[in-house]
Design a protein around this ligand. Structure first.
Ligand code: ZN
Length: 269
């Protein structure tokens, strides 16, 4: 069983408009090729012809039981209508989590404007995923995406579950401490490469993740995610197989942790 907790159906080749159905088909194809049983699609903080809205993605995946939606929220632009829509989707069980983009947008995770979002996540018991670490775009501001800032939110909202995306890369040590210290914090290791791993970088990341597990212990907090289509699904699976871990630990990372955290009914897959 494999669950990918971090994929996108944004169209990153913006010279051409790709339809939502086309993007979903491409993703289903990649999942089939790599024997991925379930994937979460994270929507963006932006909505435009290349980045579909949460509502559009929720409607588009209605017939596809191997996909779930995590709703991207814009710190700068959310309004009362967005809050109502998110609340409705949560109440109807149509979204599996929320995603915020500090770094891409200029805010710290403990900003008071986010409190209402955290209250919703806690009430409906869905995780809040935070972009963390490097920003793909040079226009990002990385002081906001340092994983250390997640600690504040984790302490103030002990009943809210939090995912630090990309293990805070390159601040993996800081991420390690935040997940070790806070039982409500998880981390995915998506998006560590553009495309495929080079041998050298793969060895480097392997040692970083193994160090994290040595420090923070039993990887109940670690989640398999790729950031597809930014990273390649096949090379990610190869990467996790090379980690120096017993099979039952790999299983936790590949799907067990994610199934419990996002309440994914794996029996129906
Ligand atoms: Zn991503």
């Amino acid at each position: 069983m494999i669950i990918d907790v971090h994929t996108h159906i944004n169209n990153y080749h913006e010279e051409r408009v790709a339809s939502l159905e086309e993007c979903l088909d491409r993703m289903t194809e990649a999942m089939k090729e790599n024997k991925v049983d379930y994937a979460l699609v994270l929507t963006s903080y932006k909505v435009n012809e290349h980045r579909p809205s949460t509502k559009a993605v929720v409607e588009a995946i209605a017939g596809r039981k191997n996909l779930g939606v995590v709703a991207g929220i814009s710190y700068l632009k959310y309004d009362h209508k967005d809050l109502r829509e998110i609340g409705d989707h949560l109440a109807a069980g149509l979204i599996k989590g929320l995603k915020l983009y500090p770094g891409y947008e200029p805010f710290y995770p403990n900003d008071t404007r986010m409190r209402v979002i955290y209250e919703m996540a806690t009430e409906f018991d869905v995780p809040v995923m935070f972009h963390s670490g490097d920003t793909y775009a040079p226009t990002g501001r990385i002081k906001y995406s340092h994983p250390i800032h997640i600690d504040d939110v984790a302490v103030d909202h002990p009943d809210m579950k939090i995912v630090i995306c990309h293990v805070g890369n390159p601040w993996i040590k800081d991420c390690m401490e935040v997940v070790y210290k806070n039982k409500n914090v998880y981390a995915d290791f998506s998006g560590l490469v553009l495309g495929d791993f080079s041998d050298k970088f793969e060895r480097y990341m392997k040692s970083q993740l193994e160090e994290m597990i040595t420090y923070a212990g039993n990887p109940r907090y670690l989640l398999y995610g790729t950031d597809w289509p930014i990273s390649n699904m096949g090379s990610y699976l190869k990467f996790i197989q090379q980690l120096d871990l017993p099979e039952d630990r790999k299983e936790m990372i590949l799907w067990r942790n994610a199934a419990a955290l996002f309440k994914i009914d794996v029996g129906s897959l």
